[in-house]
Design a protein around this ligand. Structure first.
Ligand code: GTP
Ligand code: MN
Ligand code: MN
Length: 360
């Protein structure tokens, strides 16, 4: 008697926000190859090419089981000819020559180093590269003109290069909870970003602050920043406030919340042998009116690609505009309210995807 097992074919929905993408998956080598090329394309200012590689990588991240061979790639959405070639090479040879060449190039390594500095984007990194700068030492010794933000980024580079761990994230949440409890009783502090998606570490901690009585949150950012300063915990901060004038003039901007990008002095647990008592970590604070909290939470949880796909899906499949403030239905000409993330997915006609499955 012969039994044949039929392999279920891999079914993948076209938009990342229609897919469940866990943190762990069996294709890390393939994903790393594509994401390296995506990053390299962005370093050259080639956004569309970068996005194509990011899309292909995101499809591999969501596959429910390991690929059984190159033949299975053809049924997947979003794998262009170039990505297909790269994947085939990694599947067959273990490495892709193009990817290895990129990784070893001075250009890629330098751009990666420079863009890792807090406050440095691709344009600045590219300018420094063309000026012949190659290292942090070069930036320091050539007296390169740095913004205040970049000065802090260079000064605390070594600390910020060490990922923030879950215990450190928790102690930052506790610190902010403690402070807000004094400054504004009943204020809420919600962890967003990569940690909410279940990542064990991240480049920063993202916190949303709100208050159940809308309007009470006004002024919280200023008093919290002042408090952190008084405690001597603030190594750097850059705040922006959504004044009424600014909000009306920049109605096309993605996000108009009061926010503060900081570098904090995180006091380390005491240990007998430790030389240093603290280290620098990045903390982002965003203050959100209560009625917008579900939208802000959805927008600040990420991943970046999941967010991009949610917005693309809303616009192209539903004629809706989604951002961190709300959801606008262009056909009805109305804003759709929501009291939870689940309701936003419902408005969009999407199955709910929990944060830990948004690692697209
Ligand atoms: P790690 O910090 O490296 O763990 O990754 P992360 O996913 O937390 O990334 P990051 O902290 O950069 O951003 C968290 C989420 O907030 C992402 O989904 C971003 O899209 C979103 N985000 C970051 N900056 C802004 C912003 O200025 N406006 C809005 N609306 N969203 C932002
Ligand atoms: Mn983050
Ligand atoms: Mn952040």
């Amino acid at each position: 008697q012969v039994t044949t097992t039929v392999e279920p074919s891999l079914q993948v929905a076209p938009y990342a926000c229609q897919r469940r993408t866990p943190l762990d998956h069996p294709h890390s080598a393939l994903v790393m190859a594509l994401e390296t090329l995506a990053e390299a394309a962005l370093f050259e200012g080639e956004e569309a090419r970068g996005l194509a590689f990011t899309r292909a990588a995101s499809v591999l991240r969501c596959l429910p089981r390991a690929l059984r061979g190159t033949h299975e790639l053809s049924g997947l959405p979003g794998i262009g000819a170039h990505s297909h070639r790269v994947l085939q090479e990694v599947l067959e040879d273990g490495v892709c020559v193009e990817v290895e060449t990129v990784k070893q190039s001075e250009r890629y390594q330098t751009m990666k180093l420079f863009t890792q500095i807090f406050g440095v984007g691709v344009r600045t990194a590219d300018r420094w590269y063309r000026e012949g700068l190659r290292s942090l030492g070069d930036l320091r010794s050539h007296g390169t003109r740095l913004t205040r933000e970049q000065q802090a980024g260079v000064q605390y580079f070594e600390d910020l290069a060490v990922p923030v761990g879950q215990a450190e994230a928790e102690s930052l949440v506790c610190l902010v909870l403690d402070a807000t409890a004094h400054l504004l009783p009943n204020a809420s502090v919600t962890l967003a970003g990569g940690f909410r998606r279940g990542k064990p570490c991240g480049h920063d901690v993202d916190l949303l602050l709100s208050h159940p009585e809308e309007g009470r949150e006004v002024g919280l950012l200023g008093s919290l920043v002042a408090w952190l300063g008084e405690q001597d915990l603030l190594l750097y901060q850059h705040s922006s406030y959504s004044t009424a004038a600014e909000a009306s003039s920049s109605c096309r901007a993605l996000d108009r919340f009061d926010r503060c990008f900081t570098i904090l002095r995180l006091v380390l647990p005491t240990a007998g042998t430790r030389v240093r008592a603290w280290r620098a970590v990045r903390l982002d604070l965003v203050v959100v009116p209560h009625s917008q909290l579900p939208f802000a939470l959805l927008g600040w949880t990420g991943s970046r690609h999941f967010e991009r796909e949610l917005r693309r899906f809303a616009r192209h499949e539903r004629e809706m505009v989604l951002n961190s403030h709300g959801l606008y239905d262009m056909r009805q000409g109305t804003f759709l309210l929501a009291s939870s993330e689940e309701e936003i997915f419902q408005h969009l006609g999407l199955d709910y995807i929990p944060p830990t499955l948004r690692n697209a």
